[in-house]
Design a protein around this ligand. Sequence first.
Ligand SMILES: Cc1cc2nc3c(=O)[nH]c(=O)nc-3n(C[C@H](O)[C@H](O)[C@H](O)COP(=O)(O)OP(=O)(O)OC[C@H]3O[C@@H](n4cnc5c(N)ncnc54)[C@H](O)[C@@H]3O)c2cc1C
Length: 494
Amino acid sequence: MAEPELVDVVVVGLGVGGEEVAGRLAEAGLTVVGVERDLVGGECPYWGCIPSKMMIRAANALAEARRVNELAGSAQVQPDWAPVARRIREEATDTWNDQAAVDRFTGKGGRFLRGSGRLDGPGRVRVGEQVFQARYGVVIGTGTRPSIPPIDGLADTPYWTNHQAIEVAELPERLLVLGGGAIGLELAQVFARFGVRVTVVEAADRVLAVEEPEASEVAAAALRADGVEIRTGVKAERVSHDGTTFTLHGGERSFSAERLLVVTGRRAHLAELGLETIGVDAAQRYLPVDDRLRVTDGVWAVGDVTGEGAFTHIAMYQAAIVVADVLDHARRAEGGPDASGTASVVGGAMGAASAVGGAMGAAGPSGAAGTVPRADYRALPRVTFTDPEVGAVGLTEKQARERGINVQVGFTPLSSSTRGWIHKTDAGGFIKLVADADQGVLIGATSVGPAGGEVLSALVVAVHAAVPVSQLRHMIYAYPTFHRAIESALADLS
Ligand SMILES: Cc1cc2nc3c(=O)[nH]c(=O)nc-3n(C[C@H](O)[C@H](O)[C@H](O)COP(=O)(O)OP(=O)(O)OC[C@H]3O[C@@H](n4cnc5c(N)ncnc54)[C@H](O)[C@@H]3O)c2cc1C
């Protein structure tokens, strides 16, 4: 067996979270080995956020152009997928090549290794024949992969996951989307706007089932207006493929299309990480972490694998905490002062100290300057980039009631705001607020509209900073903005 090589930190999985942690620790002067088996950057830049939002940008341009006839004269719209596919290939993914990302990491002083990493005892990581012993810690940022439901026949068919949907160069005529969550709806609307006949099949009784029911209604109506057929309450039981056509059977119904996109959630693959060698149960859905993202002594996790929310902004938020905590741990291990001190004895001493400072800034007010910040997910924002956008933060009304909170709810349709009326928000939209009446603060909010994700930011601040509702009521809201509807929703709180 190869002799373990001593390094400071090993980061397994260089997706959004892992790449950020590895790069910043390397910049701080630690010897960092970053292990990635696929593409550095992970799901977000190659098959997730960025290419899907390029697709959405293009699809929304078509939708806006189609409104010219109603608002501004006449326009003929001829959708063409080729520029979208080209933009994703050339501008977003460099034809799914991560050389620029690898260079970015090694340029910061990191050492890159292509392969699958696996824990091999405390502080030890094996990558093929190579074994590394980490002096200060191991960071797991291995993300998730699509969760494929055990539907009879499905595994034997050439179904799509988000990878094939993002890489598609020529659109099918008909598409079945299994799963009416955020990713399913975003992609369904894009393809429908480009002329694909799309059917969304969802087992729950509504799409976007984790969000407020009113949001589900608006999203479903908007997609239907784009020609998407939405079938809820359908439990897929069997899938077949005859060489050209997929048929999905559920109850009495069956649905057919040339392509089947499966977007029924994502799951972490803990069994392949060697967790048993450090005494951690691998038979869990996600890797449990504390509020400094520690799995166990000397092992941190970051991003989707923690199950705290499958969003790039969560991975980045957590990465800042991990960087601060690993550097603090390294300083203590070397007998230096903790994060509240100013000196550092770790290699690249001043760099390390300044990286901690940087991490504090990025992690936000949950960590006071000079301390390792703690993760706080109360004000976790989430946006579904359908048109209209569905933005949400904190608790839904149902979640708040289930927690026994004395709930007040405020609601206003966007159409009753001046801007909503001017804009002709016929696809719907609203602001819904969930307040804790005893504390006098917002604990959740949903903002649905043409700029629902942007309007959300004000509500995220309110929930995050626990701004008293009485103060929110006496703010000045610019006229005529979409966010001015927040004032009406506040007035409706009861
Ligand atoms: C279609 C789609 C759209 C999305 N849109 C948004 C959006 O608009 N906004 C948003 O915030 N989020 C969005 N997301 C979610 C976002 O992509 C993820 O939250 C983010 O990528 C998580 O980053 P991560 O670092 O945790 O994991 P990943 O990005 O999944 O990266 C993990 C990496 O680890 C590697 N790996 C796994 N196991 C090993 C191993 N044993 N050894 C070595 N390497 C390993 C993998 O190859 C992968 O590169 C979207 C996701 C999808 C699928």
